[in-house]
Write a protein that binds this ligand. Structure first.
Ligand SMILES: N[C@@H](CCC(=O)N[C@@H](CS)C(=O)NCC(=O)O)C(=O)O
Length: 250
């Protein structure tokens, strides 16, 4: 059995995962049909837990010390711990080649990794402060304390301070970023492999999931994204990705 380490939140959604990096691994596990359990840990517990199970750091802090991040997984079948969303998905493909689709088909590694790092992140960037402030209020006090110290400083009330026009402008920029992806996809329904999901799809899905958590499924914004923008492509795309495994046609 695989254990996935994730961060707890208070979002009222069956899938309260707000880290886009954990989200993509969660969807990848679902797509590959691999059973897993989630172990919730706070920011303050990441380093100790990763060291305890043997999950490596994913980068180096400015002071030269190792940085441990979620997601990481422990697989009791192989007794191995793996960190970093891209490396975890590569591990799943390699270890369970017959389970579900190959999420990183040969020869697509570099482009999929870059897509996940850059293009898939682009729709989130205009809303960065708004999203961070909104997420902050869905965390426990001890999680909030750690969350404000991650990345560039932000105003925890930013989501309330943005004017209507300012917000509208940010959503327009997000629509444009998604529009670039829509334009590149053209008539295609998926990003890499026709009729089956890949790591790139999971990465884009996870980013849109964060937006959904923050604005809520009944909001005007979510309705626009899923039903109006780009001829309703994203609503169909997200439902297909979420139901993949049960329904495998698009
Ligand atoms: N390259 C890593 C990035 C993971 C990452 O940045 N995770 C964040 C949560 S969204 C984290 O654990 N941050 C803890 C910290 O920076 O101390 C991946 O793809 O898994």
């Amino acid at each position: 059995m695989i254990t996935l380490y994730d961060l707890p939140s208070r979002f009222e959604d069956p899938n309260p995962t707000y880290s886009p990096f954990v989200g993509r691994v969660k969807l990848a596990l679902q797509h590959k049909g691999l059973p897993f359990t989630t172990h919730w840990i706070e920011y303050s517990e990441i380093t100790a837990k990763a060291k305890e199970i043997g999950a490596p750091p994913t980068s180096i802090r400015p002071d030269g010390s190792p940085l441990y991040t979620v997601p990481f997984i422990f697989d009791s079948e192989t007794n191995l711990a793996v960190s970093d969303s891209f490396l975890i998905v590569k591990y799943l493909d390699r270890t369970y080649p017959k389970s579900g689709p190959t999420l990183i088909p040969a020869g697509t590694d570099v482009l999929q990794n870059l897509f996940a790092l850059d293009t898939a992140m682009a729709p989130l960037l205009p809303l960065y402060t708004f999203l961070r402030a909104s997420i902050f209020h869905k965390l426990s006090p001890s999680m909030q304390e750690a969350y404000v110290k991650l990345g560039p400083p932000f105003d925890t009330q930013a989501h309330l301070k943005l004017g209507k026009e300012e917000l509208k402008e940010l959503w327009t920029r997000m629509e444009a970023a998604l529009g670039r992806i829509d334009g590149a996809m053209g008539e295609r329904n998926t990003l890499v492999a026709e009729k089956q999901p890949t790591f790139a799809d999971a990465a884009l899905w996870a980013n849109l999931h964060v937006i959904k958590l923050v604005v809520g499924t009944n909001s005007e914004e979510w309705t626009a994204i899923t039903s109006t923008w780009h001829n309703g492509r994203w609503g169909k795309y997200l439902s297909w990705l979420e139901s993949y495994g049960q329904i495998d046609t698009i």
